[in-house]
Design a protein around this ligand. Structure first.
Ligand code: PAF
Length: 294
């Protein structure tokens, strides 16, 4: 595995590789867990060259957010990237990624204003900008992201389409602990008491999916149901949002009529956890179930 710290060196190396090999890129902020490793494994299998970037991107953290505290373990990450077949591990310094007078930003405001964007107004601008920079440096055929950050994935897909970027964006399923908690580097912030309650975040989404399968269509009913669920099962949490959105536009729907994403963000002590599930078109199946009952 080649370790590269300088952006120009990464670009030079990848331009060479690209001539006769398919490059796959896994952008990360490090502190690897099984979710990151599953992205690397998938890319290893589908591409000739696996490039992993490890960069805690300052521009996606707002004032007062956890940039300084974000968990880091560089030596372990290097070992894991090597074990999972990375050919190139890119670990730049912040100063080499952003010039002192950096002045160019990539934004997808329509998709970034809701959900996490409401409380993290500069976050997705930072993500879209650094991902664009990584795409320009690596010029991958495929770039792979986890579905846990569903809004991020939708924004990156839209950016790639709108700006004709020559890269295929692949979203991969959320990896969960055996109790259902979605893996996240920020789970490290949870106290034992919070960790014990945290699986209820996903359990609540599954419960809501079940209510939809049983015919619940109204957003206010779903919100009331899930608020009560979390009050009972996740009292250590403070609900940031629960929203029912269209999978592509990430805009809230007024009623469940087709496939939707149920998305949630919850503050738990120092952590802010997010999770989501896709509920496939359920109108037909609920109708069929009703039909069966006669
Ligand atoms: O999902 C992440 O870890 C980050 O937002 C990303 C895509 C690596 C950009 O910094």
């Amino acid at each position: 595995m080649k370790m590269i710290t300088r952006p120009d060196a990464l670009q030079q190396t990848c331009l060479e590789c690209k001539k006769n090999k398919r490059i796959g890129l896994v952008p990360t902020m490090g502190y690897f867990h099984e979710g990151h490793l599953s992205l690397m494994d998938w890319t290893r299998k589908h591409c000739d060259v696996l490039v992993v970037s490890l960069f805690v991107n300052p521009s996606q953290f707002g004032p007062g957010e956890d940039l300084a505290a974000y968990p880091r373990d560089k030596e372990r990450d290097i070992r894991l990237a090597r074990e999972h077949g990375a050919d190139i591990l890119f670990i730049p310094q912040a100063g080499s990624m952003y010039a002192a007078n950096h002045a160019t930003w990539v934004e997808v405001p329509e998709l970034a204003k809701g959900l996490c964007g409401r409380t993290r107004p500069v976050h997705f601008r930072g993500v879209a900008t650094v991902v664009t920079k990584l795409f320009n440096l690596v010029q991958p055929e495929v770039a792979v992201f986890g579905e846990k950050d569903r809004q991020q994935l939708a924004i990156i897909k839209r950016m790639v389409r709108d700006l004709n970027m020559p890269v295929r964006v692949e979203g991969r399923p959320i990896v969960r602990e055996s109790d259902g908690l979605a893996l996240s580097s920020r789970n490290a912030y949870l106290t034992p008491e919070e960790r014990a309650q945290a699986p209820a975040l996903y359990a609540g989404l599954c419960a809501a999916s079940g209510w939809i399968a049983n015919g619940m269509r109204g957003i206010s009913e779903l919100l009331a149901g899930i608020t009560a669920y979390y009050a009972e099962h996740l009292p250590a949490g403070r609900l940031d949002y629960f929203e029912v959105v269209d999978p592509e536009s990430m805009q809230p729907v007024h009623m469940v009529e087709d496939a939707v994403i149920l998305a949630v963000a919850m503050r738990m002590g120092r952590a802010r956890l997010i999770d989501n599930i896709l509920v496939e078109s359920s109108v037909g199946s609920a109708g069929e179930r009703k039909g069966e009952k006669g």
